[in-house]
Write a protein that binds this ligand. Sequence first.
Ligand code: BGC
Length: 384
Amino acid sequence: MRLGKKMGVVAAGAALTLSLAACAGEGAGSGNENAPAGDGGDDVKIGVAMPTETSERWIADGNAVKDGLEAAGYAVDLQYAGDDIPTQTQQIDSMITGGADVLIIAAIDGTALSSQLDAAAAANIPVISYDRLIRDNENVNFYVTFDNYQVGVAQATALLNGLGLTDATGEPTGEKGPFNVELFAGSLDDNNAHFFWKGAMDTLKPFLDDGSLKVPSKQTDIEQAAILRWQQETAQKRMEDLLTSTYSDGTKLHGVLSPYDGLSRGIITALQGVGMGPTIEEGLPVVTGQDAEIASVKLIADGVQQSTIFKDTRKLADQAVVAAEAYLEGEKPDANDTSTYENGVKVVPSYLLDVDTVYADNIQELLVDSEYWTQEEIESGQAE
Ligand code: BGC
């Protein structure tokens, strides 16, 4: 059973004392692995830092984390930073000085929060890295996320499946193409972008190697494919530039690897802008995605965008709440991965969730039956 608010802090403080005694000599900095000091006040306060409200997934994440924490009886300070790094660092600074007992942070730039993490550790505030790994600092206590490498595998598999090179499970069909594709990656300062890219490129490699898949622009490095801050307009512009530089001679484009629905919509706008499609059936290249954003789910239902990766943010929020509660009760959260997420300084114990690939024919099962979106929202393309 959950301890009462004040009890939780007292117990956590007691556990800290015990754990410090038990861990004496076990290594520098291990003290804050276990529990917050507690401020002795009546309320336990949790700071939740989210990157941006321009993408609806982060709004859903923020709301779900807030609701879960409030239902557990904690006060929540939820802040969005408009994808601006100084805003996010200021927000976290004020959560720390404002007496937060735990921090849950989805970073904009995973390498930009070191002084905040040092300050949190000095104040004995556990830090839970949310969805995106905070890098280059030892004071990240726990990481809740999805299996980011698998997201990349799933995106590439959806692309191969859409082209007919494999089936939906990634089993080669024997089809040899060749098919022309272009590749997009996320923001280089987001650790996830590198995992998505690696999972995707490992999956595409055999087909690139045997020539059944080609990248006519030859832009196959993540630095060339990356889109800073995951901006839709930047992706649209890059796609327009690629169409001009590489496809204006009539070379046919069959597919685009896109790691996020916002980018996918920018890419689709560029493709339709030169008269392709408007649907896949009418010749629009196969475009992948991620996040099951409502505008993209409608495009998938309408046969325009081919696929997206569904990450159930409700489950991720639940895990963040479970991890925060563990710290408040003087325990360590359970990890299901203790080897993958090396942040440049240490391997961060992690809890990874599975993802699903959404196509037009399983929208109902994955998104409507699970009550992630309603049928009406999908028809209108707008969240209610
Ligand atoms: C998240 C993705 C999201 C992207 C852009 C990544 O860190 O894992 O789900 O599409 O950021 O917001």
